[in-house]
Design a protein around this ligand. Structure first.
Ligand SMILES: CC(C)(COP(=O)(O)OP(=O)(O)OC[C@H]1O[C@@H](n2cnc3c(N)ncnc32)[C@H](O)[C@@H]1OP(=O)(O)O)[C@@H](O)C(=O)NCCC(=O)NCCS
Length: 216
């Protein structure tokens, strides 16, 4: 069994915990040690410790799994844990179907009921919520986050550090690096680097980098 710590202790981390529990229910693969979050007051989550300092995570053979969903917070955690020599585990929910011809680099976390089709190429530290469909020959950069129920058509291209909001539909277009795509948007044109795009069809604007999650 692999000892594992989930990075983050918020809502997304809870969903990753749920996925790991599903994997373990089929075959006991992971020994969950706890969560890491130095921004929360929580001491425990699901009766597991919430670590605040990397130094307190002591195990010779431990791996970490991304449990945060914004490229910005992922990048901070990736940097911290890479510097300390931690390895990032790829976690795939057993209900997701990944083509054997798709290439997914290290550190991905893919939730349930996703379909990733042949010849899709995905960079490191990909995080993907449930019910996402990625069409054939699509390429996705590093540190991308895709929310639930997103549909990406075959041959699309998505740049590094991009965040795609829940239920967005992406046609065969190129979305640049560091973009934010609004919930339920239809992306039918290329989106330049560092843009925020939203609406049906989407209009794009220079991004302020802020992701509004739907509550004020
Ligand atoms: C795109 C997004 C990041 C924009 O956030 P924002 O920059 O704070 O934008 P605001 O909420 O200030 O809205 C600005 C305008 O865009 C509109 N707008 C915002 N999001 C939109 C969307 N997804 N589709 C269409 N229009 C949208 C607003 O109605 C508002 O229009 P108005 O000026 O005519 O009133 C955000 O609305 C969004 O969709 N976030 C993704 C949420 C998500 O997927 N969460 C996943 C689960 S955690």
């Amino acid at each position: 069994m692999t000892d594992i710590v989930i990075l983050g202790a918020g809502g997304h981390a809870k969903e990753v915990y749920f996925t790991i529990r599903h994997i373990n229910a089929i075959q006991k693969k992971y020994n969950l040690i706890g969560f890491f979050d130095d921004m929360t007051d929580k001491k425990e989550l699901f009766n597991l410790k919430v670590f605040k300092r990397i130094e307190d995570i002591t195990s010779d053979n431990i791996r970490v799994a991304l449990g945060v969903g914004t490229p910005e917070s992922k990048a901070i955690l990736i940097d911290k844990f890479k510097k300390k020599g931690f390895l990032f585990e790829t976690i795939i929910h057993p209900t997701s179907l990944i083509s054997e011809d798709a290439v997914i680099q290290d550190g991905a976390v893919i939730q349930g009921y996703c379909i990733i089709n042949p010849d899709v190429r995905i960079g490191k530290y990909f995080t993907c919520n449930d019910h996402v469909q990625i069409g054939h020959d699509t390429s996705i950069g590093e540190n991308v986050h895709i929310n639930s129920s997103v549909n990406i058509s075959g041959g699309a291209c998505i740049g590094d550090n991009t965040f795609i909001g829940v239920k967005a539909t992406i046609l065969r277009v190129r979305i640049g690096n560091n973009c934010i795509i609004g919930a339920s948007s239809l992306i039918n044109k290329d989106i330049p680097d560092s843009s925020k795009a939203m609406g049906i069809p989407a209009k794009s604007f220079p991004s302020d980098g802020k992701i509004h999650f739907g509550t004020r």
